[in-house]
Design a protein around this ligand. Sequence first.
Ligand code: ADP
Ligand code: MN
Ligand code: MN
Ligand code: MN
Ligand code: MN
Length: 373
Amino acid sequence: MAKRTLLKHSINHIMNKKVFDRYMRLPMPCNKILATYVWIDGSGINMRCKDRILTYMPFCPEQAPEWHFDGSSTGQATADNSDTTLKPCAIYKDPFRCEPHVLILCEVYHSDGKPAASNNRKYCNNLCELHAAEEPWFGLEQEYTMVDVDGWGLGWPKGGGFPAVKYQYSYCGVGAKYIAGRDVSEAHAKACLYAGLDFEGTNAEVMFACWEWQIGVSNGIKGADDLWISRYIMSRVAEDYGVDITYHPKPFGHLHPGVGMHHNFSTNKMRTEGGYKFIEECMKKLETNHMKHMKVYGNDEMTNKMRLSGKFETSPFDKFSWGIANRKTSVRLQRGIKEKDKGYIEDRRPAGDCDPYLVCGLLMETCLGGAGG
Ligand code: ADP
Ligand code: MN
Ligand code: MN
Ligand code: MN
Ligand code: MN
């Protein structure tokens, strides 16, 4: 049996970038477009990509050809029936190679035409289309942790120690003592804006080497699509720095803060005067369906349960609550929402590694009705 040794260092960020740049500057024939097909693999959180050369630049997903891959190597098919289809669903400018090259976000289908188990986009998109007149808006706050390839927090003391700095200093922190990895967050922001995402902002989070970016305010499916491609872009940027990214909801155990993805949500009705009454109705529906939501609000229900401990500005996992300006509730409403009689809701329950297609989909299903299946 071959000996398996854990990585101690990444090789990627020490490769000669100046030599690499020489090749990147080679002019390409104008009828050769590099297209990176990107998809969610069988883990439901990690992403895969592979490249092909197109002879034209696709402007919409319908113009990009379908493609296939070996689903048995991604946890999405068995080896005896492994041909798995990539169906383009969104096109972005490639921030790594620049225009005219593209990133193509794809849905995964089995050879019989059924969506793969980790393909929840169809479910979400059906609901977006059903409720298009209500213009469902989403704002997604993706928190994440930067780690070394050895799994320990970026810049955390080696040998098992925790950063001495108190957590309340790291939130929106500045200064080498309080934050680690700003270059990664900064490079990612620029790359996402170049690619054409509804990219809204970033901040350092409560835990050392933990950060957040926001996607929004997006109408319909674009919010979740942009969030997934922004995860892909983050993995690629982090590769360049030899850094690994984890969305684990409780990466360092119960003594340390958790990692979530708050989902901010509103509809025309909520955003129009008189909307507060509808928002209250939605709170009742969300309460009734609480455990149904918790089932799919993280890649793994148990790790989100570790996060939703009632500590570190979270609400308990098995109890629904809502309140105005209260960060210890399942759902928080903005200050002044009653007076304005309209607004949006912030669902604080989803884990950092949730699938926004599922969360956005279920928010629409519970609050607005209809089924996406
Ligand atoms: P906080 O960290 O205090 O919760 P953020 O600024 O990180 O606040 O996130 C607020 C989110 O709310 C943003 O993603 C933004 O897009 C979203 N948002 C603002 N207005 C609306 C709205 N009307 N409907 C849906 N989302 C909204
Ligand atoms: Mn091959
Ligand atoms: Mn935030
Ligand atoms: Mn946050
Ligand atoms: Mn929030």
